[in-house]
Design a binder for this molecule. Structure first.
Ligand code: BGC
Length: 331
């Protein structure tokens, strides 16, 4: 073959090679265009994210509010929320539900802290398997949980102490009803409460009972208190159903008896404040706890760093505050 023919053949081969390279490049570009929206669309990815929320008690109205907030935020961020919890308060069952969420390979879990080595171990197991855990309502600070979303319970207890001291004019006897003897949020509230009451020598904390977050048990325990301390001045409930349970007993046994202080804003608690049977209540924001926990989770999935504790608001509601509120809304 002549020199010229060789050159033409090489040029043709070069053109074929360049053509192949070009089409390879174009198809790579096309594939990238096709998969890019899938990779960058966070809500599309989150649509597959399955988040399990485990409550202290399934149908407790306070926990249903947390569920509602979490459900609404999940819809916003395209997550799928599953709500679980024991029928009646049962820490062992709570742990089993957490283990179940791990074996079902949930994408994330929201759970109440229990201040219990076993709960720490199961939370840590979830995290080591790549399942982020956020504690809601009650923290589990020694675990590897991602963050806590809920009330600053120590502060809430101090605020309650201040309310009682103010109403008492610094003198009187007080009994406290806690939701559960082991629940860390209750113990922190009690610690905060004691720290304030202890500053007033005229105020004495005579007894601490547990309602086991049951209205009926709060009533039963208050009846016993009223018999044991006929001159009791104040009864303070530190969990959502305590105030109305205490009020049932006081109304039946000593209608002009001790003043009642409550926690949370269940409809019936507000009615009892309006009617003067409950003095005031410390209002937590369970809806926000659920909503904010999912929002934090979404931020985490987007690679953001979370604050270790995200405290939701608390406020005090008493009769004047309620009346003002009603006045505002009706005007
Ligand atoms: C507490 C929750 C508890 C609920 C029970 C709330 O005040 O924060 O931990 O489950 O009361 O009714």
């Amino acid at each position: 073959m002549s020199h010229r023919k060789w050159n033409i053949a090489i040029a043709i081969l070069f053109l074929i090679f360049a053509g192949l390279l070009g089409s390879f490049y174009l198809s790579t570009l096309r594939i990238r265009q096709l998969i890019e929206p899938i990779l960058s669309d966070d809500s599309a990815r989150a649509a597959q994210r399955h988040v399990v929320l485990i409550s202290q008690e399934l149908d407790n109205p306070y926990w249903r509010s947390i569920e509602q907030g979490a459900t609404e935020a999940s819809a916003k961020y395209g997550m799928q929320l599953e709500y679980e919890g024991p029928i009646r308060i049962d820490p062992k069952e709570q742990l089993k539900l957490l283990e179940k969420a791990i074996s079902a390979k949930a994408d994330a879990v929201l759970v109440q802290g229990m201040n219990d080595p076993q709960s720490v171990a199961v939370i840590d197991q979830a995290v080591s398997q790549g399942i982020p855990v956020i504690t809601v309502d009650t923290d589990e600070p020694t675990s590897r949980r991602l963050a806590y979303v809920g009330t600053n319970n120590l502060d809430a207890g101090k605020i309650m102490g201040g309310l009682v001291a103010k109403a008492a004019g610094n003198r009187g006897s007080v009994a406290v009803m806690i939701g559960n003897e082991l629940a860390p949020n209750q113990l922190l509230r009690l610690e905060g409460f004691r720290s304030v009451i202890g500053r007033f020598p005229g105020l004495s904390l005579v007894d601490v009972r547990s309602s086991d977050i049951s209205r009926l048990q709060a009533t039963g325990e208050t009846e016993k208190l009223l018999i044991r301390y006929p001159n009791l001045d104040f009864v303070v409930g530190l969990s959502a159903l305590d105030g109305i349970g205490i009020a049932d007993a006081v109304e039946r046994m000593r209608p002009n008896g001790p003043q009642i202080f409550a926690f949370d804003a269940l409809q019936e608690t507000l009615l009892q404040i309006e009617s003067g049977r409950i003095h005031s209540t410390i209002v937590q924001q369970p809806y926000d706890m659920g909503y904010d926990a999912i929002t934090q989770l979404n931020a985490f999935f987007q690679g953001k760093e979370l604050p270790e504790q995200h405290f939701t608001e608390i406020k005090v509601l008493d009769q004047p505050a309620l009346t003002n509120k009603t006045g505002e809304t009706s005007s």
